[in-house]
Design a protein around this ligand. Structure first.
Ligand code: MTE
Ligand code: MO
Length: 453
């Protein structure tokens, strides 16, 4: 029933000797959950209020008497902001993206993780979008930024063009919701490192509404010879010389676009302002930020970021290059590692599911480590190559429980267990771990990351 066929993406190559020193995912996470307790205490106090209205106030320690009017019901509130950009409540100060101390040797070539455990629905607020920079981020002047489109040889495209941002923003645009996931997301779990929270296990994942111009349109303007130009090289304007090959089929499908917008405003500098490539369903590294050049060619480019990094070491010493599709995956975000359940009784289990191959079709959830599975509700909207929110009602009996989710996409592919994934991919991988995640709820209510053997 559960399938994972590695031949569905990428190709195989002999591994280089130095594989294990690749891309710094070797240090153990030092940090424990910083916001344990708070979030769940609040979330579940609210749930209790709904379930048992009369007793909820008594249970919330330090609560004001409901009959005494608080200050904010009697006086004048704050004036409108004459100008300025709105910020979250000061009571939400815990909800932050976080780097992992010791994970990388510099803070420029590093990662900060999105706080998935604190988010609702499917959209990641732009200020909480995970960051992955290979050489630090920049705030590039859009009036000076250019996008060049050329061919690896002059016959592959009739007219090389250089676009200003103003020119790009005059063209017909699309706005679409998509997830972006770093290929290294959940990488620590290959080594059974059991990082404490879902922020660290799955937080190299975010979802936004992106706005921009279909790449096909730009290529049409340049007169690309689609018969021969089957590959695209995308290049960023930061010091990392980030370059990735994108197959032309993805461009022809109309899905790939150059984006300047994110959640209704311009991209954030950390996300590649003023222009990034959006390659739905494909791992984050191909979503080149600070996009300055696109070259069409008749063969894959074999750049450093696709021959040495973001490759998969397979059992038997072969390595797989150009794994591009992010396979179907899910994670329960509540309850998840670092959270604490207040008491036995009702909880809404909630989580995220996604697939690089289209829509999520179904998510099953277990609270007994896989003996019984229950089909979760999928919350609207369910969109292609986008996060999908799922929920399930649960009565916790106060006994230890192992909570897992297993997603299936519209192709019929089912998210594998860790054991199934290792059987196909071996044990020495770093990237592209889409295995089922397990959270152990202890009798104390504390939730921990565990791996079932
Ligand atoms: N120019 C440039 N593009 C880049 C990168 C980078 O370092 N430089 N990092 C890549 C990687 S590995 C990922 S996972 C995503 C991260 O995007 P984000 O920082 O917006 O989350 O951007 C990709 N595009
Ligand atoms: Mo990445």
């Amino acid at each position: 029933m559960v399938t994972h066929d590695p031949s569905r993406s990428g190709r195989l190559r002999k591994a280089p000797e130095n594989f294990l020193s690749a891309d710094g995912v070797r240090t153990v996470f030092a940090e424990a959950a910083q916001d344990r307790r708070d979030f769940v205490r609040r979330a579940f106090a609210a749930a209790l209020a709904g379930a048992a209205a009369g007793t909820a106030t008594a249970q919330a320690e330090g609560d004001a008497n409901i009959l005494t009017l608080p200050e904010h019901s009697k006086g004048l509130g704050q004036p409108v902001a004459a100008e300025g950009y709105g910020k979250p409540s000061k009571y939400e100060a815990n909800v932050q993206r976080r780097p992992s101390p010791g994970l990388t040797q510099t803070t420029q070539a590093s990662v900060s993780f999105a706080p998935l455990q604190s988010l609702f629905g499917i959209v990641t607020p732009s200020g909480l979008h995970f960051e992955r920079h290979h050489q630090g981020w920049w705030d590039i002047d859009p009036s000076r930024h250019r996008l060049m489109v050329n061919g690896s040889d002059a016959t592959l495209l009739k007219k090389p063009l250089v676009f200003t941002m103003d020119e790009l923003m005059r063209l017909p645009s699309v706005s679409r919701f998509h997830f972006i996931e770093c290929g290294a997301n959940t990488g620590m779990e290959w080594g059974n490192v059991a990082v404490p929270t879902c922020q660290y296990t799955h937080g190299m994942l975010s979802c936004s509404e992106f706005t921009g111009v279909p790449l096909k349109l730009l290529f049409d303007l340049c007169g690309v010879d689609y018969k021969r130009a089957r590959y695209v090289l995308a290049e960023g304007a930061d010091g990392s010389s980030m370059t990735r090959t994108v197959p032309m089929e993805l461009v022809e499908s109309g899905e790939v676009f150059v984006a300047y917008g994110q959640n209704g405003e311009m991209l954030r500098p950390e996300q590649g302002y003023p222009l990034r490539l959006v390659v739905p369903g494909v791992q984050g590294v191909s979503w080149v930020k600070y996009l300055r050049r696109l070259e069409v060619g008749d063969q894959p480019y074999g750049t450093k970021d696709e021959t040495v990094h973001y490759i998969d070491l397979m059992p038997g010493g072969l390595h797989r290059q150009y794994t591009s599709t992010q396979e179907c995956k899910s994670v329960v975000t509540t309850p998840s590692g670092g959270q604490v359940l207040l008491d036995k009784g009702y909880y809404q289990i909630s989580g995220l599911a996604w697939s690089g191959r289209g829509k999520v079709k179904r998510v099953d959830v277990t609270t007994d480590g896989g003996r019984n599975w229950h089909t979760a509700r999928l919350q609207d909207p369910v969109m292609s190559k986008c996060l999908t929110r799922f929920t399930l009602d649960w009565q916790w009996d106060g006994k230890p429980a192992i909570v897992q989710s297993r997603a299936m996409d519209e192709t019929g592919y089912v998210q594998p267990s860790t054991r199934q994934l290792r059987a196909v991919r071996g044990t020495r991988s770093i990237y592209h771990n889409n295995a089922i995640q397990s959270w152990l709820v202890e009798e104390s209510g504390e939730v921990r990351n565990v791996q079932l053997s």
